[in-house]
Design a protein around this ligand. Structure first.
Ligand code: HEM
Length: 180
């Protein structure tokens, strides 16, 4: 996983919990604080999982809630990165299509070693949208936070419900988006 994500996780936990919480996490998880995660670097996904598990136990919070909040928190940074790709979109749905078709493709080219999820879109009659999230990382709650932040960014009201999850034995995770 790219250092960019770890750097944003540092900002997120320091804001959400306390200003030097990330340093405490590094020490308790036995990472060397003198050898920080750097933006262009690539680090094991397991290192992020270890830190998330620490936060969940240390603060008695739910993993899904932390991931959802982290998804919301990271959105402005990812959106800023995506502006350099000069992608055109008119609303949130077209933006989400461009994340799959252009933005994540460009990210993969530019950020060596990045591992991106795949999205499948299905437009239902009545304007509802089903998005299938395909990834081995199981970050569907992070995805949900990103979806919530995306619609908020476009000032579009939507009801997001997760209708399938690999944690419940489904093949993939799936979201139903009902526009209000
Ligand atoms: C705004 C523009 C976006 C950019 C520039 C961007 C970029 C990235 C980057 C750099 C990663 C980390 C890859 C790695 O470390 O290996 C990532 C991961 C991810 N992105 Fe995006 N992203 C964007 C928008 C979105 C949106 C809107 C969603 C969902 C609606 C999304 C869903 C995800 C998920 C779930 C992951 C975690 C990897 C996985 O589950 O396999 N991204 N993205």
């Amino acid at each position: 996983m790219k250092g960019l994500i770890f750097n944003q996780f540092e900002k997120f936990v320091n804001e959400k919990f306390e200003s030097d919480y990330f340093e405490k996490i590094l020490i308790d998880c036995k990472f060397n604080p003198a050898d920080p995660f750097v933006g262009p670097g690539t680090y094991p996904f397991a290192s992020l999982v270890k830190m998330l598990e620490f936060v969940v136990n240390d603060r008695s919070v739910e993993l899904d809630d932390v991931l959802r909040d982290f998804g919301q928190h990271i959105f402005p940074k990812l959106y800023e990165v995506s502006r350099s790709f000069e992608v055109e979109f008119t609303d949130c749905k077209s933006f989400l299509h461009s994340v799959e078709e252009i933005i994540h493709v460009e990210v993969k080219k530019l950020y060596e070693g990045s591992e991106l999820p795949k999205f499948l879109f299905k437009e239902n009659c009545g304007g509802d949208l089903t998005i299938t999230y395909i990834s081995e990382k199981g970050l569907c709650s992070f995805m949900e936070g990103l979806l919530q932040a995306s619609f908020k960014h476009f000032s579009q009201e939507v009801e997001i419900s997760q209708i399938k999850c690999t944690s419940k034995g489904d093949e993939n995770c799936q979201f139903l988006l009902k526009t209000k």
